[in-house]
Write a protein that binds this ligand. Structure first.
Ligand code: PRP
Ligand code: URA
Length: 204
């Protein structure tokens, strides 16, 4: 259930995101652009239903999205991935899950949660970095407990450890990522990675 973005533009944008000299303003624009490509990939399998449409010339049966969509960014870095989804899907609802990794243990601590109704919706969880997988697994646990039945996870850079953790805890959840990197370092940062996404996005 791992889908790796295979697009020359995706590779180009990612190279610039990884570059340590890319400043926050450019980093935010690149995050938008690569997330836009991921948004298209991650919604390729959405269910559709028939709807009768009258064109100026004929009546046809067209296809429209069958279910409500919800996007849930994991705060704070996930916020950098939201706008392409709201631009493409203006009717999407946005929930928020606030999780922060403890610097010493790398374990996520929950500090905020606000969710729209999830029953019957397709829920897209977005977080640019899938490192140990602890944050993603905790967010998916929260969303399942809140009634989500159809979930996808969308990340920009993933580690093999993070993918394994999500697959073990939530085997039915597809993961869409722009890159699968090599490994984690001793501080649980992704190598080669791009550093701390939230810090680079917000200049902290
Ligand atoms: C980062 C990132 C993920 C998490 C990934 O957030 O955005 O949420 O780490 O690590 P994991 O897979 O090992 O859980 P961080 O906790 O640094 O918070 P921030 O988004 O506020 O910067
Ligand atoms: N969070 C980040 O922002 N970067 C990493 O490499 C790991 C977790």
């Amino acid at each position: 259930m791992l889908h790796i973005l295979n697009h020359p533009l995706g590779a180009h944008l990612l190279a610039r995101l990884r570059d340590r000299t890319t400043p926050p303003a450019a980093f935010r624009a690149l995050s938008y652009q690569v997330s836009l490509l991921l948004a298209v990939e991650a919604t390729r399998g959405l269910a559709t239903r028939d709807q009768v449409v009258e064109t100026p010339l004929e009546t046809i049966t067209a296809r429209v999205l069958a279910r409500p969509l919800v996007i849930v960014p994991i705060l704070r870095a996930g916020l950098g991935m939201v706008q392409p989804f709201t631009d493409l899907f203006p009717d999407i609802s946005v929930g928020h899950v606030g999780l922060e990794r403890d610097h010493a243990t790398a374990l996520p601590r929950s500090y905020y949660q606000k969710l729209p109704p999830l029953a019957g919706a397709h829920v897209l969880v977005v977080d640019p970095m899938l490192a140990t997988g602890g944050s993603a697994v905790q967010a998916l646990d929260v969303l399942r407990a809140a009634g989500a039945t159809e979930l996808s996870l969308v990340c920009i850079v993933s580690s093999p450890e993070g993918v394994r953790a999500v697959e073990a805890a939530h085997p039915a959840v597809p993961i869409f990522t722009a890159a699968l990197d090599r490994e984690l370092n001793e501080k649980k940062y992704i190598l080669p990675g791009l550093g701390d996404f939230g810090d680079r996005l917000y200049g902290t």
